[in-house]
Design a protein around this ligand. Sequence first.
Ligand code: GCU
Length: 675
Amino acid sequence: TVTTEHAAWLPAEALAPIGALRVLVLGSELRADTVRADALAATTRWGGQLLDDLALGADVVLALAADLAGGTEAHHPAVAAALATGRDPLGPEGFAVARVDGVTAVVAGGGSGLLYGWFHLVRTPTALRGSNAPAERHEPAHALRMLDHWDNVSVHPVMGQVERGYAGASLFFCDGKVRGDLSRVARYARLLAAAGVNRVSINNVNVGPDAARLLTADLDDVRRLADVFRPWGIRLHLSVTFAAPISLGGLPTADPLMPEVAQWWATATAAVYAAISDFGGYVVKADSEGQPGPFAYGRNHADGANLLARALAPFGGIVHWRAFVYNHRQDWRDRSTDRARAAFDHFAPLNGQFDENVVLQVKYGPIDFQPREPVSPVIAAMSATRLAVEFQVTQEYTGQQRHVCYLAPLWSEVLGFRPWGQTGSTVSEAADGGVVAVSNVGDDAFWTGHPLAQANLYAFGRLAWAPSSSPTALLDEWIGLTLPQASAGVRRALHSLMDGSWRTYESYTAPLGVGFMVSSTRHHYGPGVDSYEYTPWGTYHFADRDGVGVDRTRATGTGFAGQYPQPWRDVYESLETCPDELVLFFHHVPYGHVLNSGSTVIQHIYDTHFAGVERTDEMLREWAELEGGVPGDLFARVAELLVEQDRSAREWRDQINTYFFRKSGVPDAQGRRIF
Ligand code: GCU
């Protein structure tokens, strides 16, 4: 076991280049103080100096644009260059950076911008050297860049302390309450700020009785957490239960149209803001997997969401209302119900009925964070509703932080997808309510269980800031920051190990977009081809002796393909144009069906599953070469996990191949061993 906390992407060495310089931070503001303290620590350690006056000859100047107005500092050549970045004023999180005559200047639109400018310099040491560089402006693409923590306040008998958490216990809660010592939370907040995250929701969307009380009785503890996040530009949100007026308020109803219910929320919310003036708002999972919601009162989800939105509006708060609503008690015999359709069927008719401070939070796919799904059709359907896309950084369905699975390529594909075709907006542009992800951290020494899973947390924040960033470049950025002492060869090897790991994971798990096939309804780890087939959960593959897949066409299936606008409704409808990787999501096909790749479905299943394990075998060998090139504790942890990944991949391969061989009777064209 490893006990020394790993520094993730902010080891002391990552700040060596800037720490060796003379740094001046101008501005009297909470987050400017944060930057000053960080700069003091770095310069003290690395031989530079924190200055308090420009006259002393700074190498680096960081300043708030507003403070510069009229002052002499504004005439400093580098500062003036950074200031002159166009007519539009910088946004509160934006910054501009320029280099003139050996001085690098960052001018920020607000305190958060100063923080982001500071971390920009940390991750871009080239901006601190060399000849003049014209001003470069940086603004986040999304104002809301949020992590949802599925932390339970008390340990849940089945889900543990962190639901779908694979990195130990909660960073926030212990023994049924907020931790007394929050110093680790402060270090976490610093890591998040360096990745660009600016919102966190601290508790599980499935709100237990102890967690419900965070909203009222335990508010003072929530305030302590908000105080720790604030200096890092991060606002705190709470998951709340829709039934709170009953369970906490003692009312007989939580009906959103009853005035006493609205009054209860207004009063409770005012108390929250009295304690935490910059509180972010509420996250709500309603009428979903057993959570209470407006349906119990014959009301719809706009009624429910607007109820909370109106309580939050006077304070500038937001309600993140989740669109993950489906019937989790369906009869598997019932072929007319399709879980993929559910979110659209519930929410599309409500487009335009949500208040302005409601953000509809939509999982990126129509089912549930599978390694491969089409983009949710809800995104194109809600043009008059603020919308956030939700990802899962925690690897519930992608190897549970025992498998290497670098997910930025998946998220990047989703964010860049064009729901209305090539001339329309991207998902990222449509997501005017921001980007949200379920966090993968816990009290594990490496933060994320699998040390390489840190890259997912980092890349999520960076993609939320700049969705068109290249996942490959972000991977190198993470490697460079995290392992500043690694040789170029080690970095290259690590890059090649991680870069294609999402597709490797896809190759040895459920084939061609069919999804699930995971073991047991509780933990979702490892193969279980039929473990969901006869359950109420709505995740079926319908394999028989002739074929496999879900017919979601308009012509003969559930009609789900018809929830997309053109061109996708036709692209997915037709077997000729449906992308191979989604064929079994949209179609039920014979095993001999020939894919666009030229392979048959059955041969594709065999080939990808054999190839997947060949790759995990190789990954084991590649990692062994890195011994001595990366810190010993990190080497050992990854080595141990790669053995498990390889074992698990082999189990997946053999169960999937054997299952389909037995169903179809079609032998592998290459005669490899199937059981
Ligand atoms: C998945 C996950 C649950 C979670 C749910 C959600 O179904 O298995 O643990 O509560 O998603 O997103 O609400």
